[in-house]
Design a protein around this ligand. Sequence first.
Ligand code: AMP
Length: 464
Amino acid sequence: MAFRRLGIKEEVIKVIEEENFEKPSEIQEKAIPFVLQGKDVIAQAATGSGKTLAFGAGIMHTCKNEERIQALVLVPTRELAEQVAGSMKKFSKYHFLRTNVVYGGVGMGMQVKGLRYSDVVVATPGRLLDHIGRGTIDLRFLKILVLDEADRMFDMGFIRDVEKIIRACPEKRQTLMFSATISPEIAHLAKKYMNNPIEVEVESYVDPSKLKQFVYSLDESNKLSLLTHLLKNEDSELIMVFCATRHRVDIVARKLESQGIYTLAIHGGVAQNKRMRVMEEFQRQKTSVLVCTDVAARGLDIKGVSHVYNYDIPNDSKEYVHRIGRTARAGEKGKAISLVSNMDRENFENILKNPELTIKEEVLPKFEKLSIETKEHDSHRRSGRGGGHGGGSHGRSSGGWGRSRNNFRDNRSNSGGREERRESRGWGRRDESHGRNNNQDRGRRYHSRNSGRSERSERSRRWR
Ligand code: AMP
């Protein structure tokens, strides 16, 4: 078996066989040999590339069932923490490592208890620092530190927290860093805290021949109608609709639901256990729509997403690439569809600066203008910081998409603070994803060519 050649422990091979993984993914093939040699590794790999097993194999190689913390995995979001911990539990099924998660938004008590008996801890930076500050975590026996989705952690303004945590770890350790892009910040951090790291790079998990990207240019006040039309007429499986803010998520989910479209919704304002329930529900369905913010959906491995809609356009190509990477995974086909109004124009032009993206402009289909269109979400965008120049005319917005190289004027505020605070409630402060460095797509890109309302959503009907 190809996995055996990499030197992976038999206990883990047994799980791999049970999971029916035929061969190592590219990142596993390239990174695992170095990881198992105990080397520090910087791996350029996106969500869905199989990176968890790449560092997990190392953790299981080095750590034993000792009930003291030997491995710490830092991740940007709670959802990713749960996902990584779930994978670690699965992979260490015959190795008997105890894995616990630590993130904000839930009580400390259970976490404190869990930390006493953990071999592996998967944590978001803010809450982990709380534990370090209170002396409720013992990192003296740590052997491996993993920084997962490092670029996301930096985008979200976690760099200082991450540095503090690194300094709280023993100097003698193995450090593994996984990141979709290797920005100067990441290179700097690696130089400062890693020991002669080996750099490994892989192609994107998104297959560009399978992923088609389209844009519709339209008036802001027609977005809900067009989205409803496309959702009802496109042949699709799981669908993700990305909005800029929590408020927009709630409105869009409510309106789709009013059209009989089975809709789920998550954002940072939805309680953690509910977010997990919603995600499970989404993954269980064959057809359903998840309306979400970037942060709520970040890093999650969701299988069977056929369509990604950008209801609002993110302000840099990095975030755009993250979003579209939710579809066309593992050889499946996918579509990424962006709805661009005048308000999104500036952001969209910014995305087009990425020469590796091929986005085809589509002529608007005939669609019914629904009475669900409200000024509510429209005015909400305008009241804060809009992406563009206000309203717009009826029908198609003017002009095509030039690959403008003008300097992008960015006046968004940097976000700060902890994970659970990062997601904006309004347009004025954007999502977590738009924290520091938001328009500085400076790293080497991976090959991208490539409120209560959601409760109602959970109950809503299917439209098929
Ligand atoms: P990750 O990028 O670690 O989140 O993994 C993405 C998904 O791929 C998870 O569902 C893994 O269980 C799965 N996976 C990991 N390695 C392999 C492999 N070698 N072959 C097939 N699936 C894999």
